[in-house]
Unconditional design. Structure first.
Length: 234
């Protein structure tokens, strides 16, 4: 069972530098797939793939640092659309390639300016619902191969309600970092622990009034490997 690269996403994670008084002692940055600050209205750009992340790091980066221009461009391209499938996305990609280069490790100033971290995700072909683990075929064609300047950070167990965008990472949002061993990125190091938590968290319960009571957030759940682009200031 091997994880499959599904795409890229830019988040603005909560870090220890923001408020040491409130930050968990063992963690430097919350790099969980869910819960972090995402680019404004990124879904409405319609540049994401079927896994609600981006096929290229360029799209993911541009959605974060140049979202206002991209929204205006999409509106203009939509008004002038001639019915050619994919032409709007192609026009946006052309703009991104010319005007929104992804910074590399030799140019960390962009990260300091925008405070975005660029992540890549590899997902295991498994889906966890009602405590049951089942195969989950992943078809992620067209995803840019993982560049060499990404570092592996750890594993997250994250929900996708209705199999849409990633929603909740209970290690962070439900405070499970106090219950299980996590690394400095609030992620897991052991796959077996991730499997156990995915099974457990997916056993959702409701009280007699119909309110969801846990053990975490509603599922289904997925296990994701988290990588981060290597910036000098990250």
């Amino acid at each position: 069972m091997s994880p499959i690269l599904i795409g890229y996403f830019a988040h603005r994670p909560w870090t220890r530098a923001e408020d040491r008084r409130l930050f968990p002692a063992q963690i430097e940055a919350m790099c969980n797939v869910g819960n972090a600050i995402a680019p404004p209205n990124w879904i409405n750009l319609w540049l994401h793939n079927d896994y609600w992340v981006f096929n290229t790091e360029a799209r993911a980066w541009a959605a974060a640092v140049d979202h206002d221009n991209l929204h205006r461009l999409r509106a203009d391209l939509t008004r002038r659309w001639d019915g050619t499938p994919g032409s709007i996305q192609a026009g946006m990609d052309k703009y991104i390639a010319r005007h929104v280069p992804v910074p590399d490790a030799a140019a960390p100033s962009a990260l300091r300016r925008f405070e975005w971290w660029l992540f890549a995700y590899r997902m295991f072909p498994l889906r966890f619902a009602d405590g049951v683990e089942a195969p989950y075929p992943i078809r992620a064609g067209g995803v840019q191969p993982l560049p060499a300047d990404y570092d592996y950070l750890g594993l997250d167990v994250v929900s996708r309600e209705r199999d849409l965008e990633f929603c909740h990472s209970p290690l962070d949002c439900n405070g499970w970092y106090t219950e299980v061993a996590v690394n400095r990125f609030c992620l897991l190091d052991e796959l077996e622990t991730a499997l156990q938590l995915a099974r457990h968290w997916s056993k959702g319960k409701f009280d007699e009034k119909g309110s969801y009571v846990g053990p975490a957030e509603p599922g289904p759940y997925f296990i994701v490997e988290v990588f981060r682009k290597r910036f000098e200031s990250a």
